[in-house]
Design a protein around this ligand. Sequence first.
Ligand code: NAP
Length: 260
Amino acid sequence: MDTGIDGRRALVCAASKGLGRACAMALAREGVAVTITARGAAALEQTAAEIRTATGASVTTVVGDITTEAGRAAALAACPDPDILVNNAGGPPPGDFRAWEREDWLRALDANMLTPIFLIRAVVDGMAARRFGRIVNITSAAVLSPIPTLGLSNGARAGLTGFVAGLARQVARHNVTLNNLLPGPFATDRLRSNAAAEAARSGRDVEAVIAARAAAVPAGRNGDPAEFGAACAFLCSAQAGFIVGQNLLLDGGSFNASFA
Ligand code: NAP
């Protein structure tokens, strides 16, 4: 399938590893020039080199914390008029809500709600004027089915989801779409560090924790980030213009419902 986005420009946030990296790689395979960000320069440059080698696409790197104003300004300076915006940032830490202070909540809201909203605000009107825009927010399966220890994530991402649902209906007539991708368990560093925390708590082996979790997924495995990237590229395709304000769950069947 020709996704019709060859030559477009994308800003993919938090993309040196994991799901963000996979989205950038998939978009680059479709001929999109990608600008990728992360805080750590070494992994970011390595990923950029790998994407260039694999796809031949133009890759620009921006080192910075996307949850800060300076980080967002640097990303937008490198890619001022993106046709595609993939919002992503690290997830908040697990814990017990009794221990979280106002600062913990503000950090989570900044990272997983306000950062995507400010980036959307910066680019959405330009997309509407050019009559093409695709915005994909990486959220979490926890938006649909909350994970008890991830209250910061459950709460902050739910706020983003509500905002996106409203804005998506306001800009769709300009061929600008906003949608959310909800990852379940994908084999990334983040999954491994969450499993390591659980292993430390329970005194089990990390690999055993990961294997047990994977076995509980109806698909019998964790997701491959490349599968996530492909879904992102489709949502960013020319053909996806009628998919508006949706929450697409990629979880190997973990959420048990006749429909969601
Ligand atoms: P990951 O493998 O840990 O990768 C995170 C990427 O984001 C890295 O490139 C990291 O690079 C970058 N990053 C983190 N914080 C950043 C910041 N403040 N500014 C700029 N870049 C930043 O994580 P992942 O598994 O891909 O997860 C991506 C998102 O999906 C997270 O919000 C996570 O909570 C969510 N999620 C993941 C899963 C899963 O199973 N993997 C499931 C549900 C939800 P630097 O550290 O160098 O900045």
